[in-house]
Write a protein that binds this ligand. Sequence first.
Ligand code: MTE
Length: 325
Amino acid sequence: MKHPSLDLIPASEITPQAVFEARRDWLRLMASGAAGVAMAGWAGREALAQSPGKLAKLPGARSTVPGAMTLDKLTTYQDASTYNNFYEFGTDKADPARNAGTLRSRPWTVTVEGEVGKPGTFDLDSLLKLSPMEERIYRLRCVEGWSMVIPWVGYSLAELIKKVEPTSKAKFVEFTSLADKTQMPGVRSGVLDWPYVEGLRIDEAMHPLTLLSFGMYGEVLPNQNGAPLRLVVPWKYGFKSAKSIVKIRFVEKQPVSSWTKAAQQEYGFYSNVNPQVDHPRWSQATERRIGEGGLFAKKRPTLMFNGYEAQVGQLYAGMDLKKNF
Ligand code: MTE
């Protein structure tokens, strides 16, 4: 990915107060009646991962979706929440953890529009209650050559899609992230064409592995990981997993993502993890698991569809994956 220099607010100007308030917002949410109702359903169920105890709890029942649980060792919460890509908060891996305290993750609404029978605006409480929360341990493989294993909490995006009743013209789904200069210092830079936009084909969006995530490690998402809700599409490069989503639009034509706009020859629409298709500037054959011995650790071979081929390979039957990269 490109890393032009950014004109960001120095971390020292982001007050601890802002961080504190962002966290307090979440605690309020979880203390609110609506979230309380959802919580009751989870009582007694234990999150599979050790809750780091930093944010409000958000446990989920162990998922039964095939492929939803990897056997790999989990990445530590510390690594997963301090080594991030979230360009709205800067391009350095440490920037999101440093700067995302200014993100106000509540109140929050998601607008659903386009080719659906039931368009509308959902607030966070109604989304939290829409379907039971599940814990899913997914690998996330970044296009840059590193990967993590994270216990996400959420439910299949398909649950929301079914509620809004897509029409026969809904061939693709476009996801838009928040782009607010007052909360997101990186949006003042021209590093990407804001807002951050990503897209999936409707069958990819409906696949049970495609997770609408509200939490990780048994707690609500930290801001730097895309609070209050994001996608996790585990068989695709990480950039397909849009963070801090405010709009979901069902469309007939293939959406143009921010990364495709930035460099069409480097970031294709599908972006399925594929060790046989190199990025124009580097190989995708191997990856470095974050937390495993730093830069000198032995690299792992990257797996076709990030190891989810049995679950999703069929979606691409007959397609030339070199052409449709
Ligand atoms: N979503 C938004 N809105 N902005 C971003 O910069 N970065 C993407 C993706 N979603 C990004 C985003 C990339 S490149 C990756 S690898 C993952 O988020 C990183 O998710 P993580 O920080 O939770 O590991």
